[in-house]
Design a protein around this ligand. Structure first.
Ligand code: MN
Ligand code: MN
Length: 294
């Protein structure tokens, strides 16, 4: 990795660190999810980066991919277990990080266990370690009274690519893929008091451009031009502030396969889900965390 690329990864990391601070102060009981999302994403922009994906504000048994839609009225309750998953990029180089927040204090112990598990995972990563060894390590270090979610994984990051090919499971696996110096990787163990599996729930408000071929009609083509500005990264429907006609055009583009529409992922037995995530740059000895404290 050249110095310029490294600097951009670190700058993206600084942006999400600021956005995490913003999230912590914005997440109080009664706060609107719409308002929290706007503040967090604005913090990313104020830091000189761009959101790499819409902030995910999945709560309780939702594990991932919930972001408020245009006009969503959802508000935060004291007992909510909220996963704030934030992405920023500088020139396509991504920082991806997540914290779990709960204002009631009832989940502090589990949130801490999750954070400790992430720290143990990060300490284990260095050039030469395999993805299989890391998964085994994470599963072994997980607290005995909670399950690691098996079908949610960390992942490599690429330029303008959030999930760049290699998955990094949080459980025992046979991958012999070795981490190499300069790899950018998101490490993200999820814990739950449920079964440890997520399933696809309702479609949410996150989309991604899959293909721009065969898009017809003025409304769809104009929308496509705006969507292309995200360079293939996921986006929120609320970012487009769509009119009724544009909402229909979005749906058509999903049906025609031009857009991927993300389902909200929920724990299969409605267990409460906890998440902690860092982005790291792999080094000869150890790794550099770009995303600060959690
Ligand atoms: Mn994430
Ligand atoms: Mn991630």
């Amino acid at each position: 990795m050249d110095d310029e690329t490294r600097r951009k990864y670190l700058e993206a990391g600084e942006a999400v660190q600021k956005a995490k601070e913003t999230a912590r102060s914005a997440c109080e009981p009664g706060a609107g999810f719409q308002e929290i999302a706007q503040k967090v994403e604005q913090a990313v922009r104020d830091a000189g980066a761009e959101p790499a994906f819409p902030v995910n504000l999945s709560r309780n048994d939702e594990a991932a991919h919930y972001t408020p839609g245009p006009g969503t009225g959802r508000t935060l309750e004291a007992e909510d277990v909220l996963k704030v998953d934030i992405g920023a990029h500088v020139d396509g180089y991504i920082a991806d990080t997540a914290v779990t927040l709960n204002t009631s204090g009832e989940h502090d112990e589990r949130i801490k266990q999750n954070r400790n598990l992430l720290e143990k995972a990060v300490e284990f990563v260095e050039a030469g370690v395999t993805v299989g060894e890391l998964g085994t390590h994470i599963q072994r270090e997980a607290p005995g009274d909670l399950n690691v979610i098996q079908n949610l994984t960390g992942h490599y990051l690429g330029r303008y690519v959030q999930h760049a090919g290699v998955s990094v499971p949080n459980v025992n696996n046979t991958s012999e893929h070795e981490f190499k110096t300069g790899d950018a990787v998101a490490i993200e163990p999820f814990l739950t008091d449920g079964t440890g599996q997520v399933r696809n729930g309702k479609p949410g408000n996150i989309y991604r451009l899959e293909s721009d071929s065969g898009v017809r009609g003025r409304t769809q083509r104009k929308l496509l031009d705006r969507i292309k500005e995200y360079n293939g990264l996921p986006f929120a429907s609320r970012w487009l502030d769509p009119s009724g006609r544009e909402r229909m055009a979005l749906q058509k583009m999903v049906q025609s396969g031009n857009l991927e529409h993300y389902d909200i992922l929920t724990e299969s037995r409605s267990g409460t889900v906890y998440q902690a995530e860092h982005t790291v740059l792999v080094e000869e000895n150890g790794c550099t965390v770009t995303t600060g404290d959690i």
